[in-house]
Design a protein around this ligand. Structure first.
Ligand code: VGL
Ligand code: ZN
Length: 201
């Protein structure tokens, strides 16, 4: 693969895999695929969802709230999740079979206790940057191939921001898995990405 293309591995962490706190169905099936894909890239970046205890996105932080309920947040809604990816825990670690030797940057997100961060580019306020855009640009990367978890949350919002930043974007469809939460939303989110110019490869 050309030097101008990078692979982004989103949140391939234990809590999103089999038996994890916020299990994504079929997540474990993509680990081997992601490892194989890595051979084709010289620039590989991985994200980790990495929350402080008591994070605002955890249902347990809000009295009387259950996981997957929503609460109003700014102009929209915040989905409340089971406690997941607490910094430093085993749940926040990468899947044990993920090859990490070739990864040049591990980017952690969701560390602000009061803002969720689905995208690898900006926190959910859509203004606080993670710095990923600058890293990619300064390396001359123009195209981003995205794999990982979850298709309808962190992969989706990362792809949206990548497009908005002007990168050409491919979703590696055999190497992503989604929560489909709420049910039926996953297909629609993929279609909206295609409509905005992402390709499904
Ligand atoms: C994610 C929900 C909450 C994800 C992270 O990685 O898609 N989803 N935090
Ligand atoms: Zn999270």
């Amino acid at each position: 693969m050309g030097k101008e293309r990078a692979l982004l591995i989103v949140d391939l962490q234990n809590d999103f895999c089999f038996g994890g706190a916020l299990e994504v169905p079929g997540a474990d099936q993509i680990v081997d695929v992601v490892n194989m894909l890595q051979r084709d890239y010289s620039c590989i970046i991985a994200t980790q969802d990495w929350h402080p205890e008591g994070h605002f996105s955890f249902a347990s932080t809000h009295e009387g709230k259950e996981p997957f309920e929503t609460i109003p947040w700014r102009d929209g809604l915040q989905v409340l999740w089971p406690d997941h990816c607490t910094a430093g825990t085993d749940g926040a670690a990468f899947h044990p079979d993920l090859d990490t030797d070739g990864i040049c940057l591990i980017l952690r997100k969701g560390m602000d206790p009061l803002i969720d961060s689905y995208s690898a580019f900006f926190e959910n306020d859509h203004t606080t940057p993670t710095g990923l855009e600058g890293l990619l640009r300064s390396r001359g990367i123009t195209s981003l191939d995205i794999c990982g978890l979850a298709t309808d949350y962190c992969v989706h919002y990362t792809a949206l921001d990548a497009l908005a930043c002007g990168f050409s974007v491919r979703i590696l469809i055999d190497a992503v898995r989604g929560l489909d939460q709420p049910k039926g939303s996953l297909a629609e989110k993929l279609r909206s990405l295609e409509a905005l110019g992402a390709s499904l490869a």
